[in-house]
Design a protein around this ligand. Structure first.
Ligand SMILES: Cc1ncc(C[n+]2csc(CCOP(=O)(O)OP(=O)(O)O)c2C)c(N)n1
Ligand SMILES: [Mg+2]
Length: 317
């Protein structure tokens, strides 16, 4: 990785972090209706993977989806406006946090249905294969989603048809307030790919370089026609399951602190400084990102809500 790439990766992780911090602010400030699921602590997964993708590749996201959307190039102004229910948002303010999509960037949508992205990503990969476009689809999903039956169905289909899809499990050790270990059979989620003949690995999901390299190899293989891969990224959400959950009670202070110490952004920053990148440059990136996110909040908060007349427009069911 050259210095420019390292700085871009650093910047994109920070864009997610600062965006999410502002989501918490707008929620506690009463500007946001409903809830949102914060990605803070998991940024290395989205950025490591999406930095290995082309603009025309596809991703499917989850209920914890802002990070994936930002990493794939989503527009912060439109994202924040959507979260605040404003007409300038991605869905004209009628979808909210869990319905952000941008087809022009291959972002096939966040999803309130746990495991809802499996079929969409696998279908997108089939479509790319049939159209011979050499596009790749990435499916982000959680450890909890790995217990949904459709996960096993798509691995079967993707394997027999050698589909260009990469399944990226964000194993943040919990599904809501339940420890993954207590509800998930087997040693690893990566092992679940083995019976289907799909190559898989379990990696440090807080190390953005390892995530990037592992994803780049999987994406290159998929593009060359070698079929699907499963990558299990071990990570942790620093905050609660959603903005209304303090995140303690079911997780020990020691455990939370241990993962804070492995924060993907501070560890990457320390590494960049060690490798000779000027700390002031990195501070400058952070300042610019904070401004960008503050602007997104300001423009969203100043935008109108959609007209009542359009409540039933764009509604398909
Ligand atoms: C099909 C379905 N079942 C249950 C829920 C309620 N629910 C929302 S998030 C969640 C936990 C998901 O855990 P995981 O896949 O590990 O993702 P994480 O929240 O940890 O990122 C559950 C059970 C849902 N949204 N959809
Ligand atoms: Mg989880």
């Amino acid at each position: 990785m050259n210095d420019e790439t390292k700085k871009t990766i650093y910047r994109n992780m920070l864009r997610i972090r600062r965006f999410e911090e502002q989501i918490f602010e707008v929620y506690t400030g009463g500007l946001m209706h409903g809830l949102a699921h914060l990605y803070i602590g998991e940024e290395a997964v989205a950025v490591g993977v999406c930095s290995a993708l082309r603009d025309d590749d596809y991703i499917t996201s989850t209920h914890r989806g802002h990070g994936h959307c930002v990493a794939k190039g989503g527009n912060l102004d439109q994202m924040m406006a959507e979260v605040l229910g404003r007409v300038t948002g991605y869905c004209r303010g009628k979808g909210g946090s869990m319905h952000i999509a941008d087809m022009s960037l291959g972002i096939l949508g966040a999803n309130g249905i746990v495991g809802g992205g499996f079929g969409i990503a696998t279908g997108a990969a089939l479509s790319a294969k049939l159209r011979k476009t050499d596009q790749v689809a990435v499916c982000f999903f959680g450890d909890g989603a790995s217990n949904q039956g459709v996960f096993f169905e798509v691995m079967n289909t993707a394997s027999i048809w050698d589909l260009p899809v990469v399944y990226v499990c964000e194993n943040n050790q919990y599904g809501e307030y339940t420890a993954t270990d207590s509800v998930t059979a087997g040693d690893t989620i990566a092992d679940r790919a083995k019976p289907f003949g799909i190559p898989s690995s379990t990696i440090d999901g807080n190390d953005v370089v390892i995530v990037h390299e592992t994803a780049a190899a999987a994406v290159a293989g998929a593009r060359e026609g070698k079929g699907p891969t499963l990558i299990e990224c071990m990570t942790y959400r620093h905050r609660g399951h959603h903005v209304g959950d303090p995140g303690d009670g079911y997780r020990s202070e020691e455990e939370r602190q241990a993962w804070q110490d492995k924060d993907p952004i501070t560890t990457f920053r320390a590494r960049l400084v060690d490798e000779g990148i000027d700390a002031e440059d990195l501070d400058g990136i952070d300042a610019a990102v904070q401004e960008e996110v503050a602007d997104a909040v300001e423009s969203a908060a100043g935008a109108p809500y959609p007209d009542v007349e359009e409540a039933t427009h764009h509604v398909f069911a």
